[in-house]
Ligand binder design. Structure first.
Ligand code: AMP
Length: 208
């Protein structure tokens, strides 16, 4: 199964991709997590990506393509992609990459949320600095310690209001056109991303 999760920042792509990954037993690939990994490791790609990410801009396609293709290469039973593709150029590159291997995407799930929800979710988001599990300030575990791996929760550097606003602008300019792109291919299914993670997940399960 090859699935792409679409939606603005804060739509719940990562949370839903993770749930779906466990349900379908298909690996979840988060472009943002892969980039944060190379930034922390300070690889040459990571050093280049860092300044774009801090501003909420897209990192250059050449960087993200290199990272994603290397990962997909090792996956035999498909993937759930979250945060990639993020513009038409990346979507076309993914199509070409799959076509060359006689493969194609099965489904694109588009999560729809309004701007107030995005701001509320992202400004209150806390993530485990080790495993990346996502929490919200309204629901913090004891001592700000991740319930899965026991490490500290932190706020992401790009989860401040100024950068969030820029990420939203970048989303509408570069990523939103993918809705039409995948609609024309007959792959797009849109659902509401409002409500609790479980409510959204049930909508996704009904869909597939
Ligand atoms: P995310 O974790 O999906 O919110 O992504 C965090 C940041 O990583 C984004 O604001 C971008 O700077 C960068 N990023 C993630 N995915 C991509 C992508 N497909 N293309 C370019 N930049 C990306």
């Amino acid at each position: 199964m090859k699935i792409v999760m679409l939606g603005p920042p804060g739509a719940g792509k990562g949370t839903q991709a993770e749930k779906l990954s466990r349900k379908l037993n298909v690996p979840h690939l988060s472009a943002g997590d892969l980039l944060r990994e190379v930034v922390v490791k300070e690889t040459s790609l990571g050093k280049e990506a860092r300044s774009y990410m801090e501003k909420g801009e897209l990192v250059p396609d050449s960087i993200i393509m290199q990272i994603i293709e290397e990962k997909i290469e090792s996956l035999k039973d498909g993937f759930i992609l979250d945060g990639f593709p993020r513009n038409i150029n990346q979507a076309k590159a993914l199509d070409r990459y799959l076509e060359d291997r006689g493969e194609k995407l099965d489904l694109v799930i588009n999560l729809e949320v309004d701007k107030d929800t995005v701001i509320k979710r992202l400004t209150g988001r806390l993530v485990c600095q080790e495993c990346g599990k996502v929490y919200h300030v309204e629901n913090i575990p004891p001592r700000m310690i991740c319930q899965d791996c026991g490490n500290r929760l932190v706020q992401r550097a790009d989860d401040n209001e100024e950068t969030i606003n820029n990420r939203l602008k970048v989303y509408f300019k570069h990523t939103h056109p993918l809705i039409e792109y995948y609609q024309k291919k007959g792959l797009l299914r849109s659902i509401s991303g409002e409500g609790t993670p479980q409510e959204v997940f049930e909508r996704i399960i009904n869909l597939i």
